[in-house]
Design a protein around this ligand. Structure first.
Ligand SMILES: [Ca+2]
Length: 286
């Protein structure tokens, strides 16, 4: 198919990602649909209800899959976190700019557009929430094109997932992110927006997952902790969709949901029905 450079970048972007994508039919006629890109850390293919997981309830993600489009033959260019994210933001294979493996800290090229710059230049308010892990330390979200970046909350001492919110209360970090998603939508509901949410969840270690989350799953043993973390991710998707509905934005918002790489076997994540997973070197997860 012949495409203009602009179309080609967008198509590359869409082809790179994808577990499921909510794309209402009415979107085709909208001039500038909002875009929310959700990139979950180390989430396994087999750990979502829409892909036959039966011990972790993920009703909100499942609904995206039911009402949207699934990209079941999409691929991540390189399975660890950093190259996957760098490729996503550049809209091209990491190998094109010398990123053949993890190579954390390797600069992303500054003479090419990033997804954030592309969206900003096309009239979108751009926002980033959560984990970054892209480029050098000097190439933060603001430096590569995002207009707004959510401030990271202070963590509880020794904790990965418990933070202190603005009210001074202890909060699960993923839940805190979800509140920021809602606030971003509230601020920008009147203008086209592009929001990139990449939580620290569900990267190891998930052993802090509280009973209020794990008890909502039927996962056993160590897997129950990962399951609790995934339940919280699903909760935030629910918050997002509720906020979009509240402001009448759902029909004009493209929601893309993907993992950055395969399941982490050491957290008892599942790549079923595929083999492999994060760090296995032979990942064959779809
Ligand atoms: Ca990852």
């Amino acid at each position: 198919m012949k495409t203009t450079p602009t179309h080609s970048l967008l198509i590359t972007f869409l082809a790179l990602v994808g577990v499921c994508l909510f794309l209402p039919a009415s979107l085709a006629v909208a001039e500038k649909p909002n875009v929310v890109l959700i990139y979950i850390d180390d989430l396994g293919y087999g750990d979502l209800g829409c892909y036959d997981c039966n011990d972790i309830p993920t009703p909100h993600v499942d609904r995206l899959a039911d009402e949207g489009v699934r990209f079941t033959a999409s691929y991540i260019v390189n399975p660890p976190c950093c190259p996957s994210r760098c490729s996503l933001i550049m809209g091209q294979y990491g190998q094109r700019f010398g990123k053949y493996g993890m190579s954390r800290g390797l600069p992303i090229p500054e003479d090419r557009p990033t997804l954030a710059k592309f969206m900003g230049q096309n009239g979108y308010v751009t926002g980033q929430i959560g984990k970054w892990d892209i480029g050098t330390k000097a190439q933060g979200p603001l430096q590569v094109g995002f207009a707004e970046v959510a401030q990271k909350p202070p963590k509880k001492k020794g904790s990965k997932y418990f933070c202190t919110n603005e009210a001074g209360k202890t909060q699960w970090l993923t839940d805190y992110d979800g509140d920021n998603i809602v606030k971003f939508i509230e601020r920008h509901k009147a203008n086209p927006f592009f929001l990139y949410w990449s939580p620290e969840a569900v990267h190891s270690r998930n052993d802090e997952a509280p009973a209020s989350l794990t008890e909502r799953t039927t996962a056993k043993g160590k897997r129950s902790k990962l399951a609790g973390a995934i339940v919280s991710v699903d909760d935030q998707v629910g918050k997002l969709m509720k906020a979009l509905n509240k402001h009448g934005l759902r029909k004009n918002t493209l929601v893309i949901f993907s993992s950055d790489n395969g399941a982490n076997g050491s957290e008892d994540g599942s790549s079923a029905p595929y083999r492999g997973g994060k760090g296995s070197g032979t990942q064959q997860e779809g």
